[in-house]
Design a protein around this ligand. Structure first.
Ligand code: PXP
Length: 240
């Protein structure tokens, strides 16, 4: 099972101050050194976290692969076709949302999705569609002939303590996608507490996880960060 780490939240923290730290490019290097199989970033139309500069630098520095999440717009598809990440995952995007709230609408958005998949494939990019985990949506997505679908695990993640039906829903959608000849990815809302049952689903081959890992990094890293600042202050006082 491949683990791709979504590093958008490092950029969110940087953009809160519009400064240059933390640099998501550095976060990507450390994530790779720790065993991530790939780095995922979402270049949003409003550029609220990841910037064009980040994607360009990541493509020059990441040694594993970059999975670029993007809306199926002319601008974004043009950027992806120019930069040619290993994989492009088409996601729905609404400006007022806090995070990607649901899967792609393969009915209403069909023409745009078809056009985007065609252009991305022509640029040599592996394509994935982020969809809700139900068999009818999987079949609608398969009609666009992407390489993969990413199943939205949000519903499972929100109800994981009574997860039976939501896990079954993921399992059924994954089986349907495999029958359609698609690779199956999953992600959204996965945490240290709820990841195991999803990781055990045999039809899945890739997980995309961001918020929980970045949150854990704050907790596991805060002690070292404070100690380092303490040291610099103490050293300055001694030498003053
Ligand atoms: N997959 C997709 C398509 C996403 O949009 C996101 C959130 O950016 C993720 C996975 C990761 O979700 P989380 O940050 O909740 O782990």
């Amino acid at each position: 099972m491949r683990l791709y780490i979504n590093i958008d939240h490092a950029a969110t923290l940087r953009q809160a101050r519009k400064t240059d730290e933390p640099d998501p490019v550095r976060v990507a290097v450390l994530a790779e050194l720790a065993g991530a199989d790939g780095i995922t970033v979402h270049l949003r139309e409003d550029r609220r976290h990841i910037q064009d500069r980040d994607v360009e630098l990541l493509l020059g520095t990441v040694r594993t692969v970059v999975n670029l999440e993007l809306a199926a717009t002319d601008e974004m598809v043009g950027i992806a076709a120019r930069l040619r990440p290993h994989q492009a995952t088409l996601v729905p995007e609404r400006r007022e949302e806090i995070t990607t709230e649901g899967g792609l609408d393969c009915g209403k958005g069909g023409a745009r999705i078809a056009d985007a998949v065609r252009k991305l494939r022509a640029a040599g990019i592996r394509t994935s569609l982020f969809i809700d985990p139900d068999p009818a949506t999987v079949r609608a997505a398969a009609a666009f002939a992407p390489d993969a679908v990413e199943l939205h695990t949000g519903r499972y993640a929100h109800h994981w303590r009574q997860a039976g039906p939501f896990l079954d829903e993921l399992r059924a959608a994954a089986a349907e996608a495999r029958r359609a000849g698609l690779a199956v990815h999953a992600g959204h809302g996965l945490t240290y507490e709820n990841v195991a049952p999803v990781a055990a689903l045999a039809d899945l081959e890739e997980l995309n996880i961001g918020h929980s890992v970045l949150s854990r990094a704050v907790l596991t890293g805060i002690g070292e960060a404070v100690r380092e600042m303490r040291q610099r202050i103490d050293r300055a006082r001694v030498t003053a």
